[in-house]
Write a protein that binds this ligand. Structure first.
Ligand SMILES: [Cu+2]
Length: 287
């Protein structure tokens, strides 16, 4: 008795043409819905050029993933139907599992091409715009006019962020306000343990490491309020390490920073000189 004959018959009965049509139709319907209905609501919003870029990238990922997800769902649905037990037999085993070399071949080709082209897309986008992530002390992908960016130093410590403004007399503030339509260079560092500066609506997330100046760029758009959270478990009060900030018009920013300079003048005088990184306990960090 040969087991090969009936199995081959069974395989040939598969409705490849209609399954493929169903997949193409489902993808043609679902992909525009996903892109145009869900795309605009994807994180992290359009608070900065970088955040908007992340929305675009997330939309591209979702658009590419949709036909794949539809394909998997159609395939599962077809399997449930095609391999259902037609005539219940108490002791019958299912058909032997058989490979299908051409499906396997094309699956590997398709998934490899999708993964490689997405990684090429990701690398291009990172080099084009930066991504709002810290790129270390010497970023290799600089935005245009990077040297004219407004420098803001983000100093993390257990368990709060403070902000230092080298172009405004080195004043250090407890809150953060940023001027609209301005390229900002966040110089992120820490005084103690590893933290992470995560300003969600700005599309910025950068590690705050002691002894390191980690630079992230973002170009603000219109007025906006945003939240800052520490995104790295940093001790018992990690969950309380947050504050809020806002992007305001350039005129309001100018009056805010002037008022901060005035208010903190006595403190500014006793701060150590502005530096890209600080070691508040020099005796424990000799060298
Ligand atoms: Cu922290």
């Amino acid at each position: 008795m040969s087991g090969d004959g009936p199995m081959r018959d069974r395989r040939e009965r598969h409705d490849v043409r209609n399954v493929t049509l169903l997949w193409l139709l489902g993808s043609a319907i679902m992909t525009p819905i996903v892109v145009y209905v869900f795309g605009p609501g994807l994180p992290p919003g359009r608070g900065t050029d970088e955040a908007a870029g992340q929305v675009l990238d997330n939309t591209v990922l979702l658009a590419v993933a949709t036909p794949i997800a539809v394909g998997v769902l159609v395939f599962i649905a077809y399997c449930l139907w095609a391999f259902r037990e037609r005539e219940p037999q108490l002791h019958a085993e299912g058909a032997a599992v058989a490979g299908h070399s051409s499906v396997q071949f094309w699956w590997i080709i398709a998934t490899t091409s999708v993964a490689l082209s997405l990684s090429a897309y990701g690398i291009t986008r990172l080099l084009e715009t930066g991504a709002g992530g810290g790129q270390g002390p010497q970023p290799i992908a600089l935005p245009a006019h990077a040297s004219k960016a407004l420098q803001v130093q983000v100093i993390a410590q257990q368990w709060q962020f403070t902000y230092r403004w080298p172009s405004y007399g080195g004043v250090e503030t407890r809150e953060i306000e940023l001027p609209a339509h301005t390229l900002i260079a966040f110089n992120v560092t820490s005084l103690d343990v590893i933290h992470s500066f995560w300003a969600y609506q700005l599309g910025v997330k950068a590690d705050a490491n002691p002894g390191v100046n980690n630079i992230a760029y973002a170009t603000t758009r219109g007025p906006l309020s945003f939240e800052v959270r520490c995104a790295e478990l940093c001790g018992v009060w990690h969950g309380y390490m947050f504050n809020s900030g806002s992007v305001v018009t350039r005129a309001s920013f100018a009056s805010w920073i002037a008022q901060q300079r005035l208010q903190y003048a006595p403190a500014t005088g006793s701060l150590s000189p502005y530096s890209k990184k600080y070691f508040p306990e020099p005796q424990r960090r000799a060298g």
